[in-house]
Design a protein around this ligand. Structure first.
Ligand code: GAL
Length: 457
């Protein structure tokens, strides 16, 4: 299939900057709030006259003569702080495998896709899809894009590329419906990670906490020693992220799973306890959180202005991009109380139904699912490859530990990052958390969570 792209006439490789960064969180992405550089790899913006390809055997259902065209529009929220660098590394691979296709980077700034997904939703509603976009494996994909019939099955590509042999068995059901596989996972991220500044800890005579009680005691010590906010937090989605990791630690993996499969009641005492724990932990966070990005919160830890941050392991991609050293500038552990549990999420790319540049999008997806693409992307992004045949020598100390944990831990899904609940359920929970951040009333929060389950579960 790639030969079709390669035979193109693009002799004039160029760089193009096409990023469209819309908005950004109020704090902005610390790394780059102006959107990722968009590289036109082996660009050819004169290739609308791309010739037909008689050898194309993967897209026989393509009815038109436009074929691959000269470009592919890829939509994500990776615009800074380690994320853009990871994407750029994969774009570079795409440039070498498909030099005839211009990569149009439509990344929209804002952690966890809060802004990007709103832009995407309006484009989809307007019938103007990007060729391919970033979507989380799990309910975000199945309960949103598949349910709305917005993406194409990719079984033909899995067959062609032999991906069923190298992608984790646990992941395939999360991106499938009725035997159809709907996306190409590029990575596995871990959500339940505690990041810390080792100098702050040793100055205060504190060890990395391993239980919620130890965590709270450590923050109490730091607070009485004069540190106002030992736990750095950012804008609202990072508080939802904090909530789910504390709930997991408080309830354990079986009960966490039970919330999503209906076997554990949202009005149960264990949920009350978990929300009280969340409330207690929130008491140690910074008062300006709503104006900070996740990178800003990580920076507070690096600078020694906070001791801890609970964030997915993209935080390490950010730390490394800043040139920080694992073990010296930062240390990590599972969120206290969740050791042995890997709360995961997976970024994947989809093929839009009606993609304007379908063949070029398939070429992009081929790279996204390839060993070469994943081993370029993940060491920089701060995630481990979805594929199980990574070259371990390319990965740093943290990511090697994540690979081992992914292989040996109990695996559960993330709420904030699309695994366990579809968009409508998640957005009701998010609204409840927004109110809770103002009133701090655990009973009100639990009532709202019960109602969100009743409406969506
Ligand atoms: C997650 C996404 C990660 C990372 C993070 C912060 O939802 O899966 O790849 O981008 O948001 O932006």
């Amino acid at each position: 299939m790639r030969n079709r792209m390669l035979k193109l006439m693009s002799l004039f490789a160029a760089l193009a900057l096409v990023a469209s960064a819309c908005g950004g969180s109020s704090g902005g992405d610390a790394g780059d709030e102006s959107g990722s550089d968009s590289t036109a790899v082996g660009s050819d913006d004169t290739t609308d006259d791309t010739t037909d390809d008689t050898t194309d055997d993967t897209t026989d259902d393509t009815t038109d003569e436009e074929t691959a065209g000269g470009s592919v529009e890829v939509f994500s929220w990776w615009t800074g702080g380690g994320e853009a660098a990871g994407l750029d590394a994969m774009i570079e691979v795409f440039g070498s495998t498909d030099p005839g296709i211009t990569f149009e980077n439509s990344a929209v700034a804002g952690g966890a896709g809060t802004n990007a997904r709103a832009v995407l939703a309006s484009r989809l509603q307007a019938g103007d899809p990007p060729d391919s976009w970033q979507g989380h494996a799990g309910q975000e994909l199945i309960g949103t894009y598949v349910a709305a019939d917005q993406i194409e099955p990719l079984n033909f590509l899995y067959d062609e590329q032999g991906w069923l042999d190298v992608m984790p068995e646990t992941l395939i059901p999360l991106i499938s419906k009725d035997g159809n596989i709907y996306s190409v996972p590029v990575n596995i991220h871990r959500a339940n990670v505690l990041w810390s500044n080792p100098t702050v800890l040793s100055d205060a005579g504190i060890e990395m906490p391993t239980s919620l009680d130890e965590f709270i005691a450590a923050m109490e010590t730091l607070k009485s020693g004069g540190m106002d906010a030992p736990l750095a937090m950012g804008e609202q989605w990072t508080s939802l992220h904090l909530m789910e990791t504390i709930m997991l630690a408080s309830m354990g993996p079986d009960s966490w799973n039970g919330l999503w499969d209906g076997s554990v009641a949202w009005d149960s005492a264990e949920v009350t306890k978990a929300l009280e724990d969340y409330n207690t932990v929130l008491g140690y966070t910074n008062s300006d959180s709503s104006s900070l990005s996740w990178q800003d919160a990580g920076q507070l830890v690096l600078d020694g202005n906070a001791a801890f941050n609970i964030m997915g392991d993209w935080q390490e991609g950010f730390f490394r991009e800043l040139g920080k050293e694992p073990g010296t500038d930062y240390v990590w552990s599972a969120t206290p109380g969740s050791d042995g549990v890997f709360q995961f999420l997976s970024d994947s790319f989809v093929l839009a139904k009606g993609a304007p540049n379908r063949d070029a999008a398939i070429a992009w997806l081929t790279v996204a699912g390839s060993n070469q693409g994943q081993d370029a992307f993940n060491p920089v992004k701060g995630s481990i490859p979805a594929r199980n045949d990574a070259d371990r020598s390319l990965y740093g100390e943290y990511l090697l530990s994540a690979m081992d944990d992914w292989a040996s831990n109990t695996v559960v899904g993330s709420l904030t990052h699309g695994v366990v609940a579809n968009d409508s359920w998640k957005s009701e929970i998010d609204s409840a958390v927004g109110l809770f951040l103002i009133d701090k009333d655990v009973a009100n929060l639990q009532t709202a969570l019960v109602a969100a389950h009743a409406a969506n579960g």
